[in-house]
Design a binder for this molecule. Structure first.
Ligand code: FDA
Length: 304
């Protein structure tokens, strides 16, 4: 219930308005968000990305946003990603830019999202950057996969995120391994109806392992995007992490010491880092998926 409340709170326009109106409220909540978000500007994201890259981590950078409804805003978001690709490419080759398709056009029109994705893929090719498409609510899965499939047939530098908690995912995976793009496996962040998705459980963890097993055994590039220590240890025991096709990817600010240990063991590691004016939405997501973070947020506000 707490998770659900936080997720719907994040989307309320009223909150955006309140944050714009009150500098004090904006600054207080930003202190809590700073643990997970680089800042409001692209340069904030790039500054942290450079430091992480110098320490040996791969980077996935995202300008936070979703459900853009107006064409002009979709274009604006796409132009921000154009610039981000250039800047991320200048840090080092092999970095990643991540985004929601609904940020760059899917909530406006299928063709807008597809057109923008193709333009971004072209630019990313020039700058040796990989694009990773995030996975959103199950109501959008078919559309996201349709846009991805069409684009990934033309560009091998586009990857896709799949949610292990959805019952449909093993079928989707079987079809998607035909395409060259990297597949990021996550447990799933959205509250879904029980006939579509399973809860956090051993059953879900086993499903996660089966998906990764399938990818590793077909030598497909995969990002294991989880903070679950037990799950990661099991992947290590099964020799999944040792594969050169596999990288471990974690969200900035969540259990960084754990990712550091994996890096020190020699595994490929990547930090998913975000920036942007929609940081409140992102903060609510991080609190919702792990409500204990509410206490951490309070401490960050009192003692930043
Ligand atoms: P789980 O939720 O079972 O948590 C395992 C343990 O990890 C917890 O017990 C806790 O110790 C720690 N932990 C997890 N979340 C934490 C948090 N917020 N704060 C502190 N500790 C935490 N989802 C989605 O639906 N679509 C997407 O596109 C993406 N993209 C994405 C990219 C990357 C790189 C990552 C790491 C994650 C995503 N996600 C996502 C989010 C994902 O679906 C999932 O909600 C979170 O990763 C949390 O799930 P875990 O796998 O960590 O396991």
């Amino acid at each position: 219930q707490v998770s659900h409340a936080l997720k719907s709170l994040a989307r309320k326009e009223e909150w955006k308005h309140r944050l714009q109106q009150s500098e004090e409220l904006h600054d207080i909540l930003l202190k809590a968000a700073n643990r997970y978000v680089a800042g409001e500007k692209r340069s904030d994201g790039l500054a942290i990305a450079r430091k992480l890259q110098a320490k040996g981590y791969g980077i996935s950078l995202e300008n936070i946003g979703e459900n853009t409804k107006l064409l002009a805003q979709c274009r604006e978001a796409k132009m921000e990603f154009d610039q981000l690709i250039e800047d991320v490419g200048a840090i080092a080759p092999g970095q990643t830019v991540s985004f929601d398709l609904s940020h760059i056009g899917l909530s406006y029109q299928f063709d807008t999202a597809y057109g923008h994705l193709i333009e971004l893929a072209e630019k990313a090719n020039e700058h040796e950057v990989t694009l990773m498409i995030s996975m959103e609510e199950s109501t959008k899965t078919d559309q996201i996969l349709a846009v991805y499939r069409q684009a990934a047939e033309l560009y091998s530098n586009i990857g896709i995120t799949l949610q292990a908690h959805l019952f449909r995912t093993p079928d989707d995976l079987r079809k998607l391994v035909q395409l060259p793009g990297k597949i990021r496996i996550v447990k799933g962040a959205y509250q879904e109806p029980s006939h579509l998705a399973m809860e956090r459980s051993d059953y879900l963890n086993n499903r996660y392992l089966e998906l990764v097993d399938h990818l590793v055994s077909t030598n497909h590039p995969v990002s294991v995007a989880t903070h679950d220590q037990k799950l990661l240890e099991e992947m290590e025991r099964r020799q999944f992490l040792q594969s050169t096709d596999v990288e471990i990817e974690m969200l900035y600010g969540i259990q960084p010491s754990q990712l550091k240990l994996f890096k020190e063991k020699g595994y490929q590691t990547r930090v998913y880092l975000t920036y942007g004016h929609e940081w409140f939405l992102y903060l609510c997501h991080r609190l919702a998926e792990y409500p204990e973070n509410i206490y951490t947020a309070l401490i960050d506000i009192i003692n930043p």
